[in-house]
Design a protein around this ligand. Structure first.
Ligand code: NAP
Length: 395
């Protein structure tokens, strides 16, 4: 009985296959993407070609995904292709009786996925969605904080990254360039006083103190799925999501937006037609693929998350703060983007082994046991620090 990874040629999908094989001990994994050459190169780079089955599958092709689930006796699907494929892949999974996880649906797709809950309950199958670093680890940290509190006033999430190179080079976004440009062109929705509230693009500028080597960073509201689900599932009054971009990356993304690279309308170049967004995506995919062949030999890049859960316990103010830090792993030659690839592997493995089995569609905060999950992260040197502060008031 096998597992199917869609989008396995991508920055995240390739490392998800690697984690399933090397840490989760899965033996029967199908690695697929739209182009055989791409997925083969990714698996060659990770020296996994002989251990996995390679297939060419377009995740938009629901019939093909369903046919594969049936023919290959797939029990669990991990969708690491772009989030626009999530709803179609879920349709194939629920029909074929395979569990489902993915890397997140941005805000709107995530809510449409949750709306499918009853269909999945009726089919008796589990879908746990939004399992990367953020969304994903951030939701699970929120769930851990919720367990320490009787009531939650707010959960504030901040994501930041960077590198320690002496001359600050432009870093790779640790996630799809298409999603970066979505973030720079769409208003965010935050969960404020128990309601969704739209915010202007890059609004909510706030100084946040992150662990070293970042220190103080300016962070901005970004459209993300944590505020879509965590307020409701964890009964928090407010849930916000911000990114503290390294200054160099922020300027690069603003320039790409200003040049029109977020535009999906094709333009004519040298007799051919291509949209600026597709062109940029192809360049990004090539860069990721080329970089995977020559992994850095030292620790130099990091992703850091801060999740503050603020509320009350036994009538007194209490805060549970989680810092999650991931460096690139020079020994295994894996970039810091591994923090996004590991969570879907852990959760898909837990679905496959029936450790997660509730029928229905859930966000990560509803089905994943935080402490066991954090220990799994620790095995991969993804470090979670929990800091609790309590106040006692004598009045
Ligand atoms: N939750 C999180 O923390 C988090 C973090 C990072 C990324 N993400 C999300 O995860 C998704 C993937 O990100 P990424 O950084 O890995 O992007 P990426 O490097 O661009 O990889 C996506 C891969 O999916 C494949 N693909 C695209 N469309 C496909 C389709 N219709 N069927 C099958 N495969 C398809 C592409 O390969 P081929 O051209 O070979 O098909 C590509 O290699 C994005 O939506 C991103 O927003 C979430």
């Amino acid at each position: 009985m096998s597992m199917l990874v869609l989008g396995a040629s991508g920055q995240i999908g390739a490392y998800t296959v690697q984690d399933l094989m090397e840490f989760c001990g899965e033996k029967d994994v199908i690695a697929s993407s739209r182009k055989m050459a791409n997925v083969k190169k990714a698996m060659d780079d990770l020296k996994l070609t002989k251990k996995v089955k390679l297939m060419e599958i377009d995740a938009h092709n629901v019939d093909k995904v369903l046919e594969t689930i049936k023919k290959e006796k797939v029990e669990s699907v991990v969708n690491c292709a772009w989030y626009q494929t999530n709803l179609g892949v879920m349709e194939a999974c629920v029909k074929g009786g395979a569990t489902y996880t993915d890397l997140g649906g941005f805000f709107d797709t995530c809510l449409k996925q949750i709306d499918l809950h009853k269909k999945w309950v009726d089919a008796g199958v589990n879908a746990t969605i939004g399992l990367g670093s953020t969304p994903g680890m951030t939701n699970i940290a929120g769930a851990a904080g919720a367990k320490k509190l009787d009531s939650i006033d707010k959960i504030d999430i901040v994501c930041a990254w960077g590198n320690t190179l002496p001359v600050k080079e432009a870093g790779w976004p640790g996630y799809s360039i298409r999603t970066v440009l979505d973030e720079f062109t769409q208003e965010s929705v935050q969960w404020i006083n128990g309601k969704y509230e739209k915010q202007k693009i890059l609004g909510g500028e706030t100084d946040v103190l992150m662990p070293e080597p970042i220190g103080k960073v300016k962070a901005y509201y970004i459209k993300h799925s944590e505020p879509a689900t965590m307020g409701k599932y964890l009964k928090a009054k407010n849930v916000t999501f911000r990114i503290g971009f390294p200054a160099m990356d922020m300027n690069t993304f603003l320039t790409l937006r200003a040049l029109g690279f977020a535009d999906e309308k094709p333009i004519e170049i040298g007799g051919g037609k291509v949209s600026p967004l597709d062109y940029l995506t192809a360049m990004y995919q090539k860069g990721i693929s080329d970089g995977r062949g020559a992994p850095p030999k030292e620790k130099f890049e990091y992703d850091i998350f801060r999740i503050d859960c603020v509320g009350k316990k036994d009538g007194m103010p209490k805060t549970a703060t989680y810092f999650i830090v991931t460096w690139n792993d020079p020994e295994r030659g894996v970039s810091s983007a591994r923090d996004t690839a590991v969570p879907p592997a852990i959760v898909a493995h837990w679905q496959h082994t029936k450790r997660i089995k509730q029928a229905g569609v859930f966000p990560a905060e509803a089905t994943v046991e935080p402490e066991a999950f954090f220990k799994e992260l620790g095995r991969r040197k993804i470090l979670v620090d929990e800091q609790i502060t309590t106040a006692t008031k004598y009045y």
